[in-house]
Design a protein around this ligand. Structure first.
Ligand SMILES: [Zn+2]
Length: 104
């Protein structure tokens, strides 16, 4: 009878230990995640793809506020044919790309 009681205590202690270990394991990635979230909230690089209206010339430059897809840039001329250029596409690039891939 007393031996059963002892094993019951042991089992309870074991459960408690497992719970503590699980808690520590589950808390660690949360702390790391919080740090990464902060990093991910940092501004990403935004680029605009500029394309010529007449020929196939295109170039990429950093996004300028006011840029939108289809916008014709009055002050930008194609270096190849001197025609007007427009914003063909806008895209963002995450700076922490490698770290994002490592995180599961
Ligand atoms: Zn052109």
């Amino acid at each position: 009878m007393s031996s059963i009681y002892l094993t019951q205590i042991d089992f309870g202690t074991l459960l408690l230990l497992i719970l503590i270990i699980m808690l520590v394991i589950s808390l660690l990635p949360n702390l790391l995640k919080g740090e990464e979230k902060e990093k991910r909230q940092q501004p990403t690089k935004i680029y605009s793809v500029l394309s010529c209206l007449e020929c196939d010339y295109s170039e990429t430059r950093e996004f300028v506020p006011g840029d939108y897809v289809g916008k014709i840039l009055e002050n930008r001329k194609c270096p190849k044919c001197d025609s007007l250029m427009y914003v063909k596409a806008i895209y963002a690039v995450y700076e922490e790309k490698t770290k994002e891939k490592v995180r599961i």
